[in-house]
Structure formats: structure tokens, C-alpha cells
Design a binder for this molecule. Structure first.
Ligand code: ADP
Ligand code: MG
Length: 324
């Protein structure tokens, strides 16, 4: 690597966030890290490609935030807590203003969650950001996709559909006032990784997944890996007031079921642990809605007024006409 490149890394990417276990950070051939004793590492990676996962000209600070937030969401879905991350950055050019904004956004999230940047790679090419997060969770309490059983209740945190509506706003397909614009941009670029919730669900949820590709697809992963089916009561789907006021019910339902980018958690709870779950809800420790049930069989079906509802998958698309 040229001196100029290391200068860039030093300037924008060497920052202490007070994480534990980092024996050697950025600068050598490898980082040296020590996970807490007896805990395996939970490792996950997500790539964000310009004009596929975010508009190329978006505010770099927001891109930095989103890149780390969506990665942390995977740790949350596992019930893991974050430790460190690495960053592979491909840039068309070394644009100081862009890097300044990007690193600001990135480190605001890194600091909030005590997750240290310990290394990476910097290359020239079309703008693309890959982050690998490392977290920790005891293997026996990790929230896997494969452990849902017939009879479990299906829950979803927060509200659904805002992520897909935000994409429509960004693509000028949905007209909104200033306040709603701000709301949707925040929902899209600054999803809160539900790490606290993931932690609380250890020992209560039988299976969990974060909703990045839409409820149907992601609950579908739980069903597939657990060898079960799911029935969702569409009247139960939680939707934000902002979205409710803006779009037609059919569109909202479509976004809530098949739109991506919400980063809520979908999880299942066995009957024997429902009481504990209800306690968490009553204490306000977690905001979640029961939306259906795990059944024998396969696939996710949607029920409306006691009838099975056919679902067309049209909600998911990023920034190219054919989706990805
Ligand atoms: P090598 O040539 O041995 O692969 P590099 O010259 O690519 O190493 O990187 C030098 C150091 O800077 C390494 O410690 C690497 O992890 C770190 N680094 C490179 N790019 C980034 C980046 N985008 N973010 C954080 N650390 C980085
Ligand atoms: Mg390298």
C-alpha cells in the first residue's frame, strides 16, 4: 500500500471507541483480538454497493451509519453483542469530503455500540462498502433460525413497511411532506440494530431472524431451516402512523409483507415461554406484536378474515429496475 493510502486510513479510520479485547488494532498485517473467555465469535458480513443498496450520491455520513447498522442487525438477530468490525472500502477516488462524512457516520455508530474498527482493506473502483462484524454469544443461547417448532407464536418487533416506503420516497414514487421525508430517511439510513432486544430474547425465543428482505422472505428462512410452516394474520401486522396516513391499505400490506430494509426482528416463542415474553412486553422492555403461528408443513401463508390470501412479491427493489 502507498504511503498516501495509509495516511488516508490514519486520518479517517484509526479511532478508539473503547472496545475491550483489542490487543493490536489497525496498522500491522493482522489485528490481534481476544474474545471473552468461553464465548465463540459470532461473525457476519454485508456488502453495500452504490446504486444497488444506496443511491451513489447519498449523504456519506448516512451511508457510513447504514453500513454499520445493518451489519449490527445480524448480530442482534443472533442474540449476540458486538465487539469489533473490519471494513473493505472500494472508492472511485480519495475524496476528502466524502471520507470525512463517511467516517463520521461510521464512528458515531461504532461509538454508540462500543464496536471497534480493527482493520480492513482500501481499493480503487466503483463505490462499495463491505463490513464484517464480530460479536459474541454463548453457543447454547444463540438465536438460530432452525429451532422453531409447530405451536410456537410468531412475533415481530416495531413496525413493518417503512423501509420499503422509504425506498419509494427516495425513488420519487411516493410524495411526502417534510416531516414524513425526515422520518423515512431516518428509518432507511439509521435503522436501530435491535441488540438490546436480541439479548433479552435469549432463553425466550426459539428462533429469530432480522427482516432485511421482507417478512415473507425472512420468516420463510426460519420455516425452511426449521422444517415447519407459518401462518400470518395480516390484520395483526404493525404499521407506523406515518405510513398508515400516506398510502393505500393494499400498498401498505404489500410493503409490510414483502418490502425489505426494515431491520426489525421476527422471532418465534414456544407456548412454555409465552408468559416470560408477555412479561417483557408488559414491562415495556421490548416492543413486539404477535402476528401468527408456526404450523406443521412448509412455507408462509397469510390469512385475512379467515381466508388464505395470495401474495404477489412486488415490494422488494433497491435502486435498479430489476431489483437484485
Ligand atoms: P496489507 O497490504 O498487508 O494487506 P494494507 O496495506 O492493506 O495491508 O493495510 C494496512 C493496515 O491498514 C492493515 O492493518 C489494515 O487492516 C488496515 N486497513 C486498510 N484499509 C482499511 C480500512 N478501510 N479500514 C480500516 N483499516 C484498514
Ligand atoms: Mg490489504
Amino acid at each position: 500500500m502507498a504511503t498516501g493510502e495509509f495516511e488516508l486510513i490514519r486520518r479517517y479510520f484509526i479511532r478508539s471507541v473503547g472496545a475491550t479485547g483489542v490487543a493490536l488494532g489497525i496498522g500491522d498485517d493482522c489485528a490481534l483480538v481476544q474474545p471473552p473467555q468461553g464465548c465463540p465469535l459470532a461473525v457476519s458480513m454485508d456488502t453495500l454497493v452504490a446504486d444497488v443498496h444506496f443511491p451513489k450520491n447519498a449523504d456519506p455520513e448516512l451511508i457510513g451509519e447504514r453500513a454499520l447498522r445493518v451489519n449490527l442487525s445480524d448480530l442482534a438477530a443472533m442474540g449476540a453483542q458486538p465487539l469489533w468490525f473490519t471494513l473493505a472500502l472500494t472508492l472511485p477516488k480519495a475524496d476528502n469530503r466524502w471520507l470525512e462524512g463517511f467516517s463520521e457516520g461510521l464512528f458515531s455508530v461504532a461509538e454508540e455500540y462500543g464496536c471497534a474498527l480493527i482493520g480492513g482493506d482500501t481499493t480503487r473502483g466503483p463505490l462499495s462498502i463491505t463490513i464484517q462484524v464480530h460479536g459474541t454469544v454463548k453457543a447454547e443461547t444463540a438465536l438460530l433460525r432452525a429451532n422453531a417448532r409447530a405451536g410456537d407464536s410468531v412475533f415481530v418487533t416495531g413496525e413493518l413497511g417503512d423501509g420499503a416506503a422509504a425506498v419509494a420516497v427516495i425513488q420519487n414514487q411516493l410524495d411526502v411532506d417534510k416531516a414524513a421525508f425526515k422520518y423515512f430517511m431516518s428509518r432507511y439510513y439509521r435503522p436501530r440494530p435491535l441488540l438490546r432486544e436480541g439479548g433479552l430474547l435469549r432463553g425466550i425465543a426459539s428462533a429469530a431472524v432480522d427482516i432485511s428482505d421482507g417478512l415473507m422472505a425472512d420468516l420463510g428462512h426460519i420455516c425452511e431451516q426449521s422444517g415447519v410452516g407459518a401462518v400470518v394474520n395480516v390484520k395483526r401486522l404493525p404499521v407506523s402512523q406515518t405510513l398508515n396516513k400516506l398510502a393505500k391499505p393494499k400498498q401498505i400490506l404489500n410493503w409490510a409483507l414483502t418490502g425489505g430494509d426494515d431491520y426489525q426482528l421476527c422471532f418465534t416463542v414456544p407456548a412454555s415461554r409465552l408468559e416470560k415474553m408477555e412479561m417483557l412486553l408488559a414491562q415495556g422492555k421490548i416492543k413486539a406484536t404477535p402476528i401468527g403461528e408456526i404450523v406443521r408443513g412448509s412455507g408462509v401463508s397469510c390469512m385475512l378474515d379467515g381466508k388464505v390470501m395470495p401474495i404477489q412479491k412486488t415490494g422488494y427493489q433497491h435502486f435498479e429496475p430489476s431489483g437484485n
